[in-house]
Structures are given as structure tokens and as C-alpha cells.
Design a protein. Structure first.
Length: 209
């Protein structure tokens, strides 16, 4: 069974509290999404393997540790996931970025794919799929399935807010994929929105509501 890792870092929790407020401006919301993604990326990459190498400082030779050649790819689920990419690239600027375009059918709540573009070597990379909201889990589960079809074997899912229903769906469908979130909220409402949540993340990032 996959793990659900909830980040309780004070900076993340403080920024999340401002994001939740309905009167937070588009500019501030967008900046906060990016900042929270940066902080979460720091934690989510904690298990990257290190190797020892020798360098020369201005004073003497030294044995130091560097990331052991791991290749990473960030895969945002369009469109809201785009808001998390720049913050993550701040931490891992050498990562490549793939894109999956999905929308949720308003009647069935099932994901529909309309776009998918990946780096050529994506199967050789560790994947972090990003989307601010893990609601029903349908889009995230579909995105994980698509990445597995590309041959990816090491996949993480990183969301800012999750609902128990969505986390359960991912754990059942993809028990090999760990989930990283900043908050696990109470439930979904009848429209599939997270309660208390923060509304539609895409609309609030791009100012389309």
C-alpha cells in the first residue's frame, strides 16, 4: 500500500491558510502555490540517493555528497498543475517537464485526456506528477496510468490539498505510488469539490472566475 505523507511544516501550513481565504488575490494565490510547491519539493525529494565524490575547495580537497545521477521529470496535470512547476524547478532546475491535459467531465466526474507530451527519455526518469488538488482522484489516477504506459517505474504524486476519497482511490489503483500533500481535508461535496478546500485552483491561479 502506498504512503500518504502530509507535510506539517509551519511555513507550508501558514501559506496554505492564506491560499484558502476567498479574498486572496490572483497574484498572491499564484505566488503562494509556487512557494508551497518549492517547499513541498524539498521534502518530497528527501529520499534521493547520494554518492560521495572528491572536490577541491579554495582551502583543501574535500569529500562531499552529490545526488547520484538521478534524472527527474515534473509532470503537471493541466492546467492547474502548471502553477506548481516553476516553484519546483527552483529546487531542481535540471528536471525536464512533461504535460498531461485532462479535464473532469461535469456529469460523470471521470477524466478525459486532451493533451499529452513527454520528454523522449521519460521512462528513464523518476516522475513527480503535480496537481494542486486531489479530489476524486480520477485525474491523478489516469495520469499515473499514462506514465506507467510510457514505461515509468518510479512515480510520486504531489498535491497541495487532498480529500480522503481521492487518496483512497490512488492507493487502491496504484499501491506503488506515494502521495505527498500539504493538507488532508474532510471530504468531497456533491459536486466533487474538496471541503473546506480552496475552490477551483485553476480558476484562482489564472484568474478565470
Amino acid at each position: 500500500m502506498s504512503k500518504v505523507i502530509v507535510f506539517d511544516h509551519p511555513l507550508i501550513q501558514h501559506k496554505l491558510s492564506v491560499m484558502r481565504e476567498k479574498d486572496t488575490s490572483v497574484k498572491e494565490f499564484r505566488e503562494l502555490v509556487s512557494e508551497v510547491a518549492t517547499l513541498m519539493c524539498y521534502e518530497a525529494t528527501r529520499d534521493l540517493p547520494l554518492e560521495e565524490t572528491e572536490i577541491e575547495t579554495p582551502v583543501a580537497k574535500a569529500k562531499v555528497k552529490r545526488i547520484a545521477g538521478k534524472k527527474l521529470a515534473i509532470v503537471p496535470i493541466l492546467r492547474a498543475g502548471l502553477g506548481m512547476v516553476d516553484g519546483m524547478l527552483t529546487m531542481i532546475p535540471s528536471a525536464k517537464v512533461g504535460h498531461i491535459g485532462l479535464y473532469r467531465d461535469p456529469d460523470t466526474l471521470m477524466p478525459v485526456k486532451y493533451y499529452c507530451k513527454m520528454p523522449k527519455d521519460v521512462a528513464e526518469r523518476d516522475i513527480i506528477i503535480v496537481d494542486p488538488m486531489l479530489a476524486t482522484g480520477g485525474s491523478a489516477s489516469a495520469a499515473i496510468t499514462f506514465m506507467k504506459e510510457y514505461g515509468c517505474r518510479h512515480i510520486k504524486l504531489m498535491c497541495i490539498i487532498g480529500a480522503p476519497e481521492g487518496a483512497k482511490k490512488i492507493q487502491e489503483a496504484h499501491p506503488d505510488v506515494d502521495i505527498y500533500i500539504a493538507a488532508m481535508d474532510e471530504r468531497l461535496n456533491s459536486h466533487g469539490y474538496i471541503v473546506p478546500g480552496l475552490g477551483d485552483a485553476g480558476d484562482r491561479i489564472f484568474g478565470t472566475k
